[in-house]
Ligand binder design. Structure first.
Ligand code: HMG
Ligand code: MG
Length: 298
């Protein structure tokens, strides 16, 4: 049966904005995060402490966190690639949650984090261990779960192996990423089921980019298979800088519209969310990528 409550993890301020060519002011990032909190999102990935040489847009991570008015009951995970990132995050006052990341494909990992899959797991182990010892919860992304832009097909066994490895490290939730958005519903369902068999539904989230327009269908297939946590990006912002051609995540408002229609509660105020999508798209001077924000354009 489908979950009665689906937790929506908002990744727009990080996954959505990291690919913007023009520097987005920290004040805009802060306002975006605060608006999302007021719209009812309870997990909002706020920024990332990756190398600013690799992703200049996220160089202001500490400034964003410092300016943020935190809402009660909201978690603000930050993306962390290595021990240096963990140290920066802790110095910036992160006390609740971080997100680490790897992929099921060597070719993608080399371009994204300059490491093979196995090297990345070796690098993650002390990051996760130190974060847990400091009382932080750790989420982990497994990218290229339905295909790699450089190597093509990714064996399901490899997705399961990496998922199990990061679950064993102690990550409370593993977000299965279709980084380039090439997957379709049957493959998504099979991939989700295989990972759920390995680590359990309560440890999984799904994270679909919408490059080929399949994200909503893929989410639906995974919900039918028991998924309870779904990542999305307000206004459909984004794309991974190291996955050429990848578009934004599934738009949060399109996801929430479907979930409410299915009778799943989310705690999210759809009108406030659409307003936020229209506002950030205006600031970035482009039409929103979501269907809902277009349909309700004033
Ligand atoms: P590297 O060049 O191999 O690392 O990068 P390094 O350790 O040799 O460091 C190189 C330089 O960067 C050094 O500076 C370090 O100090 C500095 P230098 O000595 O040259 O002056 N450095 C840092 N500075 C600040 N913060 C840090 C940090 N680490 C090193 N944390 C590294 C390896 C992992 C650091 C790099 O490749 C990197 O930052 N990659 C991140 C790329 C990225 O952010 N990609 C997007 C996020 S992933 C994604 O979007 C997918 C996801 O949404 C899920 C999905 O869709 O599938 C999550
Ligand atoms: Mg992503």
């Amino acid at each position: 049966p489908m979950a009665e409550y689906v937790r929506v993890v908002e990744v727009g301020p990080r996954d959505g904005l990291q690919n913007e060519a023009r520097q987005v002011p920290a004040a805009v990032k802060i306002e975006l995060i605060e608006r999302l909190g007021r719209a009812g999102l309870r997990t909002i990935e706020a920024t990332s402490f990756v190398s600013p040489k690799w992703v200049p847009q996220m160089a202001d991570a500490a400034e964003v966190l410092a300016g943020l008015q935190r809402a009660p009951g909201v978690s603000y995970p930050v993306l962390v690639p290595n021990l240096q990132g963990l140290e920066r995050a802790r110095q910036a006052g992160v006390t609740d949650e971080i997100a680490v990341f790897t992929a099921a494909s060597d070719a993608f990992n080399r371009r994204n984090i300059n490491a093979s899959v196995d090297e990345s797991l070796e690098r993650l182990a002390p990051v996760v261990a130190q974060a847990l010892a400091a009382g932080l919860r750790v989420r982990c992304y497994v990218s290229t779960a339905l295909g790699c832009p450089y190597q093509g097909a990714v064996p399901l066994d490899e997705v399961v192996r990496v998922t199990r490895a990061v679950a064993d490290m102690g990550c409370y939730e593993i977000s299965l990423g279709d980084t380039v958005g090439v997957g379709t519903a049957r493959a998504a369902r099979e991939m989700y089921r295989a990972c759920a068999d390995a680590v359990g539904h309560e440890r999984l989230a799904v994270h679909f980019h919408d490059t080929y327009g399949q994200a909503l269908a893929n989410v639906y297939a995974c919900l039918e298979a028991g998924a309870r946590v779904v990542d999305a990006s307000v206004g459909g912002l984004g794309g991974c800088p190291y996955a050429q051609g990848a578009s934004g995540n599934l738009a949060t408002e399109d996801l929430v519209y479907m979930l409410h229609g299915l009778g799943c509660s989310t705690g999210i105020d759809l009108d406030a969310l659409v307003d936020t999508a229209q506002w950030i798209s205006g600031v970035l001077e482009r039409p929103p990528a979501s269907r809902l924000a277009r349909a309700r354009a004033r």
